[in-house]
Design a binder for this molecule. Structure first.
Ligand code: G6P
Length: 366
């Protein structure tokens, strides 16, 4: 009811603003990297595996895609990420030394549960879930678990569940790296410090809301939008596009920016807003030339740039500066601004934000 919402207009907005706290809750008590954080016997399992298979749906699938970038880069273990509804029905090549990771807010998604059973039937016994509901079927079915502490999520469009999943998956990344001999004590300390700083860092992204509201007024008048990201921000572009289409009904697509020239550039006109995630990483110069390709066709750029990425606003180039450059954890900050953009675009269009048409919070049937 209204009392529960406090100063917020919708559960989605409230849940977006809860993120500093629930990420703190999810990482509470993590004073060091220890396999047992994932359950009894986790060390033995992590020692035996030499690859990871992630199974998930929807927003949780995009958390898995982000984790692939992290795990392959930091822990040096190969990762496959599969959409649960596809995996369960296709012929694949199983490998017994696989850590099967399901990601699910509800822990009751029928396709993800079926994909898990399918993986087990193929002889893969090492199972772990990142899940928000401790009493769910998913937690019962998996040997290992990390319970995110997002609390109850009411908005159909997932927000705080996603960022807490990412926090848990980053912890899994560090743990696999440690077991794999890839994490020095200094690196562990530096990563833990960055994780502890997340609540403060997210709060400063939330403070960008007034700037994002101004952009949302432009978006509300469009019927299409394109989201670009590169590297570990590509899954965040996908999630940003998903949020926008789910609740505002604006058609949105996401592309890794380098792929622009292979198709989507044909769609770019003055009518096409192009949201660009521009962290100051090794791909920034390439991203800038992708942006020029968009401008040359009249596309309107809406850029979330890091403080130090030297992208200047100008004709057709709108820039919001992210408060800080956040290294590997940057996807967790960038997605928060995209959540706010989707929320305020939907608000401006007057859609039913918390209960978008045709969608359900938890899909427990196929
Ligand atoms: C539904 C929800 C999405 C969610 C997906 C997977 O489609 O509307 O927000 O990402 O299910 O749900 P899960 O509970 O498995 O994360």
């Amino acid at each position: 009811g209204a009392a529960e919402l406090g100063p917020y207009r919708h559960y989605m907005q409230k849940e977006i603003f809860e993120q500093p706290r629930v990420i703190g809750d999810t990482l509470e008590g993590v004073t060091g990297i220890m396999p047992e954080l994932f359950g009894d016997g986790a060390y033995k399992v992590f020692k035996q595996i030499d690859r990871v298979l992630v199974l998930a749906c929807g927003t949780s699938y995009y958390a898995g895609l982000t984790a692939k970038y992290w795990i392959e880069s930091v822990a040096k273990i190969p990762v496959n990420v599969e959409i649960a509804s596809e995996y369960r029905y296709r012929d694949s090549v199983p490998h017994p030394n696989t850590l099967v990771v399901t990601i699910s807010q509800s822990g009751e998604t029928a396709d993800t549960l079926a994909a898990l059973k399918h993986a087990r039937s193929l002889g893969m016994e090492h199972t772990l879930t990142v899940c928000n509901v401790a009493t769910s079927a998913m937690v019962r079915e998996c040997k290992l678990a990390y319970i995110t502490r997002a609390g109850v999520e009411v908005g159909v469009a997932s927000t705080k569940a996603f960022t807490t999943q990412l926090a848990a998956l980053f912890l899994l990344t560090l743990t696999l790296a440690q077991v794999n001999g890839r994490l020095t004590d200094e690196e562990e300390a530096a990563h833990l410090k960055a994780m502890r700083h997340l609540p403060v860092a997210i709060s400063s992204v939330l403070a960008l809301e007034p700037l994002i509201i101004a952009w949302a007024d432009d978006f509300a008048r469009k019927e299409n939008a394109l989201f670009l990201g590169r590297g570990m921000h590509y899954p965040i572009a996908l999630e940003g596009a998903l949020k926008l289409k789910e609740i505002s009904y604006i058609h949105a697509e996401a592309y890794p920016a380098g792929e622009l020239k292979h198709g989507p550039l044909a769609l770019v006109t003055e009518e096409m807003p192009v949201v660009t995630i521009a962290p100051n990483d090794t791909l920034i110069e390439k991203l800038k030339s992708n942006m020029q390709e968009v401008r040359a066709r009249g596309g309107q750029l809406y850029v979330f740039a890091d403080v130090d990425s030297r992208i200047t606003p100008g004709e057709g180039v709108h820039v919001i500066r992210m408060p800080e450059h956040y290294g590997l954890l940057s996807p967790i900050l960038h997605v928060v601004s995209l959540q706010l953009l989707a929320y305020h675009s939907a608000l401006a269009r007057g859609t039913d934000v918390d209960k978008p048409r045709n969608l359900a919070k938890s899909v427990t049937v196929e």
